[in-house]
Write a protein that binds this ligand. Sequence first.
Ligand code: TEU
Length: 544
Amino acid sequence: MLDKTKRGWWKSAVFYQIYPKSFQDTDGDGIGDIPGIISRLDYLEKLGIDGIWLSPVYDSPQADNGYDISDYEAIWPPFGSMADMERLIAEAKKRGISIIMDLVLNHSSDEHLWFKQALRGRNAPCHDYYIWRDGGPDTPPNDLRATFGGPAWEYVPALGQWYFHQFAVKQPDLNWANPELRRALYHMIRFWVDKGVEGFRLDVIDNIGKEPDNRITARGPKLHEYIRELSREAFREEGLVTVGEAWSADVEEAGSYSDPDGRELSMVFQFEHNFVDCAPGGDKWDLAPLDLPKLKRCVERWQKGLYGRGWNSLFWDNHDLPRIVSRWGDDSRYRVESAKMLAAALHGLQGTPYIYQGEEIGMTNIRLPIGEYEDIETRNLYRERMAQGRAEADVMASIYARSRDNARTPMQWDGGPNAGFTAGTPWFAVNPNYTDINAEAALDDPESIFYFYQRLIALRKTHPVFRDGDFTLLDPENEQVFAYTRETGDERLLVVCNFTGETVSWRIPPDFEGGQPLIANYPAQAKGTLRPYECFMLRRGGRR
Ligand code: TEU
């Protein structure tokens, strides 16, 4: 059992992300809820995870599925009550599972009481909790664009002012330059610590130091000053695990975010690897084939760059990303082999792994008619690109490949109606492949992806090399195989992953010949070749 009062316990942990709206409904309204999560804790305990990153469950008008919070200290009623939340924290703790709440500190909902007060006048209470600029209705302060499309400034005629919103119009940015606002946020965080929450995921934390007048939206000059104050004032207990979402982070800066002295955070989610299949100079919607050597160099940079000076998070999936088995594996013929291979490639690395709901059973992307997409980012993208005159087939190809809705189809529990997610009408489309891909079938199959993840988690807890080992990339320019070694003391680990659907030739390094097999997705390795999406791990030295 991990001592979760001590800094660094998360270095031996594996976390699981739950997107509550799509996890498990218990009251038939078609929306996942907190009692549903409680009903699935035994499943998560069986998997072997140590903590749950819970996407927002706070009160919200749901303009961005809860990332637009209207009351940080209340639960959105369709998710349940505060008593349900307290029961979840207690029931999870009984199973050795920490609750890590998702904190959205960069912006609130425009339906938050603070913003409602702010709208009452330039001198109203909380007006300066937000970012306002004077101006006429036709002259926004500048031409900064919002992440979800359109201008980043919204005009309020009654005030003769514009407010800044990095995301949706209904998500006004909070003004971190205002110490009163910062204190209000710290007070809110302590409310959740006092309820027994043992960690926090910090939404777009790299945006809180923004200076929109200077066109700086991420990595502002005061960012790390604010994060150190946040850490001192709100994350006082050294056992609190904190992970910041930092799309702009590079490995140099990540060393500051996650420095061993703990002045800032435990780790960050960085996204450099998320662009190795995007067209040069494009964004996530501009598709390109996976450049495996580029991915390997990126992993190497982060593994070596943070070794001994910071800490990596390890993820392929989350609620904003397409399903990895569809993206970099094969979600048809070799779905099981490639899902296991991708898991091995990630879980052999140094860092804290995060498993996104459904990843452990190989859930896949979905293709829908454009009218059935729910995600604000996807809908705005479609409108924007169609207005630009792009071919609809190209726009839809980007949406099929990269829409955040790929990750938001309801969790597939069994082969029954709505995949066992709800007895009602699901809020969002259930992937029709649930009849084959579901947790019940996985639990009945000893060779399932679920049990592969379960074994990987157990291996990480058994052999110190997974947590402490350094990283050496093998065969950097090989475009088919990702292979690397880890080493600590006399213990060595070899991880080999064929990222293609072809049989390729590849030789085990002589010093690993006869190594202890730890895990593989095919029966005994064939000499000198790797089968489609074949992966395996071998170990040498260390205690048996
Ligand atoms: O995401 C930050 C963010 O920028 C991503 O939405 C990213 O822009 C997009 O997914 C990639 O194209 C965080 C949350 O994870 C996301 O769900 C929220 O929508 C967003 O912040 C606003 O809170």
